[in-house]
Design a protein around this ligand. Structure first.
Ligand code: XIL
Length: 463
């Protein structure tokens, strides 16, 4: 039913210094290891070996909610850039972030995300213009007349700032009540302007940026129920009367209390049949292992089965920074390792993990990491490079250490460094010949300087 664990949570103040990483091999699929764990990473990436690539092959995007304050964390940015081809700012475009005092706009953090995404050719979903939550106090204090003008000003200024850059805007978010009433949720907008505020917001939005798709977005609307019926009736009415609306977003925050509905696909389809696109906008599914993977597969298959389902966005890159971190609801774990849910989604999208099997005999390799020794101030890491199903004559692997760390020694490889000194590209010592399935290792010592995190190992590339 109702997801009542959805209190507004403070962002954990991540104060890591920014680490700008120039990646020589941006194909890198990142894996971080616990001291004991070993993880295999595969490459080279091909169009269908990443979520974004596989979704693109199906004419769709695969996005993640992104927080500006994590973009400086190398494995976060690398995972985002490698796997996803769309972003939604998790909080940075909300009213309290961009207009905390009336008609004074601050786009700093949102611009950071937009700049990053544009640099990578990613689609951007704008989230969100009119919402009862994360709304600064001054909005609630306005008279109806003033509120109408403040709402329209907000929509107009924010959309014009990003004009031409946003694929789709969540114009209005969560405007309906949970439960059976089918009525509007109490908010300054609903209470002072009545139901008509939604229509007004959409009309204002169309005028502000005619190039952006305009979406209505909500939760607990993922299956057919009183709430989704109310949204359905609104969309139908908008289409009939020519009120501009292009898409409906289904947040899709799932857990045991709010599981993936049995009629998820049918519900997406009935909205699409009204003549709007549908999008899965904030997907996260609490759980782990096979059960979680099965749910993610169902959701992905449902989107693929609905031709107007244009894309899926998961609500975060890694469990580590999820708004529901304790429920481990995302596709990458705290160490940026791919979870079974990741593989389920990739496979459902028609993609294949790189490396082994499906590649048809091309040169490939995998890299796995383990920590081999630790002292009071430093640790040794070892990376094992294993050739895929054919022999290779050369390979490279990138190793990215944290900003506090530095690599003091290396062995059994030829390293080169980027300008930050944190990204090491390792090549073979001498020739790089490895027979099919054969392995070699290189090693290095990391001065921890207080940060004992495992380095990020980029994907292995072979020729
Ligand atoms: C959440 C963010 O993930 C949190 O960081 C923030 O503290 C609260 O909001 N529905 C939405 C999203 O439309 O904007 C919410 O995001 C999650 C629920």
């Amino acid at each position: 039913m109702v997801i009542d664990s959805r209190q507004v949570r403070q962002e954990p103040g991540d104060r890591r210094p920014r680490l700008r990483v120039r990646r020589a091999f941006s194909l890198g699929v990142v894996g971080l290891l616990t001291a004991a764990g070993v993880l295999a990473l595969s490459g080279p990436a091909s169009a269908a070996s990443t979520l974004g690539g596989a979704a693109a092959a199906k004419g769709r995007y695969f996005g993640a909610a992104v927080a500006a304050n994590h973009l400086g964390e190398a494995p976060y940015a690398t995972t985002l850039d490698t796997e996803f081809n769309a972003v939604t700012p998790e909080n940075e475009m909300k009213w309290d972030a961009v207009e905390s005092s009336r008609n004074s706009f601050n786009f700093g953090s949102a611009d950071q995300i937009v700049g990053h995404a544009q640099g990578k050719g990613m689609k951007i979903r704008g989230h969100t213009l009119v919402w009862h939550s994360q709304l600064p106090g001054w909005v609630g204090g306005l008279s109806a007349t003033e509120l109408r003008s403040a709402m329209n000003n907000h929509i107009t200024k924010v959309m014009q700032h990003y004009q031409g850059k946003i694929y789709a805007w969540d114009v209005v978010n969560e405007a309906f009540q949970d439960g059976n009433s089918g009525a509007g949720r109490s908010s300054p907008f609903q209470d002072k302007l009545g139901d008509g505020f939604i229509e007004e917001a959409f009309r204002t939005a169309r005028a502000a940026d005619p190039g952006a798709k305009l979406c209505y977005n909500d939760y607990n609307t993922d299956g057919q129920n009183a709430k989704s019926n109310a949204v359905y009736a609104m969309v139908k009415d908008f289409k009939a009367r020519g009120v501009p609306i292009d898409c409906v977003g289904f947040q899709s925050h799932f857990n045991n209390q709010s599981p993936v509905p049995g009629d998820y696909q049918q519900n997406l389809q009935r909205f699409a049949d009204l003549g709007v696109d549908v999008q899965i906008t904030e997907l996260d599914i609490e759980g782990s292992g096979t059960a979680q993977a099965d749910n993610y597969r169902r959701v992905t298959q449902a989107c693929l089965a609905v031709s107007r389902c244009t894309g899926i966005t998961v609500w975060g890159v890694t469990d580590k920074y999820s708004w529901r971190a304790s429920g481990t609801p995302l596709l990458f774990d705290n160490n940026y390792a791919k979870k079974p849910a990741y593989t389920a989604v990739l496979t459902a999208l028609g993609g294949t993990s790189g490396g082994g099997g499906g590649g048809g005999g091309g040169a490939s390799c995998t890299a796995s990491y383990s920590e081999t020794q630790r002292w009071g101030d430093r640790f040794n890491g070892q990376v094992t490079v294993t050739a895929g199903s054919s022999a290779i004559s050369d390979w490279t692997v990138t190793v990215t250490v944290r900003s506090a760390q530095s690599v003091s020694t290396t062995w059994n490889g030829t390293p080169s460094w980027d300008s930050s000194g944190k990204v090491m590209t390792m090549r073979p010592n001498g020739n790089g010949n490895l027979g099919a399935g054969a392995a070699t290792s290189f090693g290095f010592t990391v001065m921890a300087n207080g940060d004992w995190s495992a380095p990020a190992i980029g994907s292995c590339t072979a020729s």
